[in-house]
Ligand binder design. Structure first.
Ligand code: ADP
Length: 275
């Protein structure tokens, strides 16, 4: 079956939640999520705050276990973090006392079957070049702008050459101009590496600009409300053909805005709708 062959990540009827042991209560964050992510796909994930988006990618990362259901990567059950998956966080999560290159190195230094030193240095240099930070190897995080810090975060995720990039609102903390530049860079990087990306965002426009598909998650307990095929040509950042001006872009935007601005969904957490 062709569909099964190209499935890289498969979630089947996954529910997730958090126990409060003291009060003996359980908060159900996600309910019955079934989702297949294709190899090489860019999957954007949108939904109101608290609907379980982070929980979903944390389960795929292996940081959180489902309460029920299964998550498989390449047909194997996920039972913890692995070097085939890397996370990029909104707040960069850099070590302030380490230089840029040593922050990137962090991702490969404690690896089982360690990467030899020479190979490691080459990979760090390549990852930094890929995110446009060649020349900043010896800088410290506090010497960099927000956009540059996030580039370090991305280089750190890329250096281990993971098949899957899990990105939790990675551009949420940078200014609008930088954000657009970083979206364009990310698209270029992915075109080179062929990685599969799961990308959480609060921005409708960002989801459409970057995603091959957009998963819309409903208010908690989060369920999949809809999966939208974007069907816009790539590269999306092309001066001669700005997809954001296309009729298709406008159509998806209006549709998503309708879905997400529904009162039950808590419109406050969504940006990118009509002014
Ligand atoms: P989102 O990323 O969509 O904002 P999250 O996955 O972060 O949503 O959270 C889903 C729900 O689970 C929220 O109600 C949140 O408060 C709760 N939650 C998340 N992480 C934890 C945790 N470690 N312990 C307890 N509750 C949590």
């Amino acid at each position: 079956m062709e569909a099964a062959e190209s499935a890289l990540i498969e979630a089947v009827e996954v529910s997730a939640g958090y126990d409060n042991r003291r009060e003996r209560t359980r908060l159900i964050a996600l309910r019955d999520i079934s989702l297949t992510v294709r190899r090489g796909e860019f999957l954007a994930i949108v939904g109101p705050s608290g609907c379980g988006k982070t929980t979903l990618i944390n389960m795929i990362a292996g940081f959180v276990q489902p309460l029920s259901g299964t998550i498989k990567v390449r047909g194997m059950g996920v039972d913890g973090p692995g070097s085939d998956r890397a996370m990029v966080f909104q707040d960069y999560a850099l070590l302030p006392w380490r230089t840029v290159e040593r922050n990137v190195e962090f991702a490969v230094e404690n690896r089982r079957g360690r990467v030899p030193k020479q190979d490691r240095e080459r990979r760090i240099a390549e990852a930094l070049a890929l995110v446009g930070l060649a020349g900043f190897e010896r800088s410290f995080p506090h010497e960099l702008s927000g956009g540059m810090r996030q580039r370090v975060g991305i280089a750190r995720a890329l250096v281990g050459e993971p098949e899957i990039l899990l990105m939790d609102e990675p551009f949420g903390a940078v200014d609008a101009m930088t954000r657009e530049a970083m979206q364009a860079e990310l698209e270029k990087i992915i075109a080179k590496t062929g990685q599969t990306v799961l990308f959480i965002t609060h921005s409708i426009d960002e989801a459409i600009t970057l995603g091959d598909r957009i998963v819309v998650i409903s208010n908690r307990p989060g369920t999949i409300q809809e999966i939208i095929e974007v069907n816009l040509p790539r590269p999306r950042f092309d001066e001669r053909n700005d997809v954001r001006r296309s009729a298709r872009f406008g159509e998806i935007r209006a549709h998503l805005w309708g879905l997400l601005s529904g009162e039950a969904l808590g419109a406050k957490s969504i940006s990118g709708g009509p002014a």
